[in-house]
Design a protein around this ligand. Structure first.
Ligand code: OOG
Length: 262
């Protein structure tokens, strides 16, 4: 069992690393007893710190490591989730400054926005789809606080699953308007294909990843709430962001979403 003080210290170290744009080394080296469950307790503490110090609120949740492409890239073979805060949202119309990041990467995602709570006791894929208000193309900027993005599953969970910023298209689609299994996805960097994928690359169906997370949350006394934005997890590997880059995600049947780096 790790002491409460130690969990507080880890949460604060991660908070400080983000604020000061410095990297930390993974905590499992120092605390091999760090479990996934304890890591989610650290994540809760980190979110509390951020809400208090940054005067922001929870806007939703994100999944991570839900596709084979991402799992292979990071060497972590199980999904994780993290919390989205209102101050992480960026507007696609405004160029993105790299000033506040450590080593940002960007990846294509599908956003689900909920109109009903997903309280359980057990959440199914059908219930996820039923409770979804709309889906929309999205991108997530991840910026691990760990040196060289080098982490294990508990480390990345403690670090709020590398979350940093997110961009959701203003174009909204009903779940039955798009094919959430076979819909193709083209992710481009500077108008050249970076990677291609399909919606089903996320655990066979992105709603399955969300149901997985919804059940994990319920086991911890939490749940997806009406109004929450939930990111599916990346459909492809992530692209390192450089000044002047542009990135576009284009899904079959949805309007493309583009962002420009300053
Ligand atoms: C972990 C977070 C991955 C995704 O969508 O797969 C993630 C990382 O790669 O740093 O957000």
């Amino acid at each position: 069992m790790m002491k409460t003080d130690t969990l507080d210290q880890i949460a604060y170290a991660l908070y400080k690393a983000e604020r000061e744009r410095t990297e930390v080394t993974k905590f499992v080296d120092q605390y091999p007893e760090l479990t996934v469950e304890t890591a989610y307790n650290i994540q809760d503490k980190l979110i509390e710190l951020k809400c208090t110090y940054e005067e922001t609120t929870i806007s939703g949740l994100k999944l991570g490591l839900t596709s084979k492409a991402k799992q292979q890239m990071m060497g972590v073979h199980e999904p994780s989730y993290g919390v989205l805060l209102a101050n992480m949202e960026l507007n696609a119309k405004q160029p993105i400054s790299l000033k506040s990041f450590i080593h940002p990467k960007i990846e294509p995602e599908i956003a689900f926005v909920f109109r009903q709570d997903l309280g359980g006791p057990i959440v199914t894929v059908a219930q996820v789809l039923e409770a979804t208000d709309y889906v929309a193309p999205a991108m997530e900027i991840i910026d691990s606080r760990y040196l060289n993005f080098n982490f294990t599953l508990p480390d990345v969970i403690a670090d709020n699953s590398s979350s940093s910023r997110y961009i959701v298209s203003s174009q909204k689609y009903a779940v039955n308007e798009v094919d959430l299994v076979n819909m193709g996805c083209i992710f481009t960097q500077n108008d050249e294909i970076f990677a291609t994928s399909t919606a089903g690359s996320v655990m066979g169906h992105p709603a399955r990843a969300i149901a997985w997370m919804a059940n994990k949350l319920i086991a911890r006394g939490q749940h997806i709430r009406a109004g929450d934005i939930v990111l599916s997890g990346a459909l492809t590997g992530s692209a390192t962001m450089y000044a002047g880059d542009n990135f576009t995600v284009s899904f079959d049947g949805m309007e493309a979403l583009t962002v420009q780096v300053e």
